[in-house]
Ligand binder design. Sequence first.
Ligand code: NCD
Ligand code: ZN
Length: 376
Amino acid sequence: MLFIEPVESRKALFFCLSVLSRGACMGVIRLPGLIDPHVHMREPGGTHKEDWDSGTCAALAGGYTCVLAMPNTLPPLTDSRTLERSLAAARRKARCDYGVHLGAGAGNVQAAASLAERVVGLKMYLDQTFGPLQLGDLAALNGHMARWPRQRPLLVHAEGSSIAAALQLAWLNHRPVHVCHVSRKAELELIRAARERGALVTCEVAPHHLFLTEDDAPSLGPGRCEVRPRLATGADRDALWAGLKSGVIDCLATDHAPHTAAEKDGENPPPGFPGLETALGLMLGRLELDELVAVMHTNPSRIFGLPQQPETWIEVDPDACWVVTAGQMHSRCGWTPFEGRRLTGRVRSVTLRGRLAFRDGEVLAPAGWGQNVRSD
Ligand code: NCD
Ligand code: ZN
């Protein structure tokens, strides 16, 4: 068995790699529990797509032991009442550990900061996407940038020139900012340039932008190809891979955004792809194991200030070949943009805080086993 574990030193995180045992092939690899800083759990208001139960089952099946949920629920999570509604459901249902990001609205500039202890980060939507949270008002944007505590993550959905606005406001307010799902070469170049000049900016990429381009839209179909940010060009995809390899991109985040197959195939298809159950299989073999652990565990843990999960690891068979089939997935959405794709490498088991939480396709952790990473 190959064991890869992040070990903290004074200056940096290093990885220790030791071969514990080997079978005929590589054997089973033990990795730290994966952390996804960007998922949509749809509770409240969209539980026919996903809820805290089905979504965290999908997470465990994908090797994730901690997920951070976005606030674009119905109603969105912008105050203590809506936040409590989602957290109460999570407390009862979640099977893996979790945190929640608060939504930045025009009306909660004052109130948001008072809820910072209860959430992981504040999410600001600068561009149009699923849900009502787009924040167009400059005073509100700047107000959130100024008031949200500096030591707490501030995340932006910002595409194209909106990234320039987000970086500028963060710079003026002397604060770090995390850019969600970067999808274009020009965006990445801007982030790199800002970083080189000392801007405190981190970013994430979604697997679908690494594996699919606009050329895949016809075979996916007109509704199923809809996602925000949209699928981009082959040149954008290549730049994202280079950014991931060179460390400009800090995290892999699935942006697990389940909508039902009927919704995707119907009128006004909502944008979004499920991703929790395919991410690891896609990335294994494409990244070195230490790179994979960095972008799927260590960096998300550091950027989002997450507590260590004691006695937590996953076992992966890197040689297991399988075909992606929506029917075998735990997500409630019933489809995947990777249907039929052959992947090599699969999660065999997940151990979460000392308990066997998933083994060979079966979720074993009970509802409620998941813990909030913030004060509950
Ligand atoms: C997300 C959703 O459905 O909630 N959709 C998407 O296309 N990514 C919203 C988002 O993350 O922008
Ligand atoms: Zn999202």
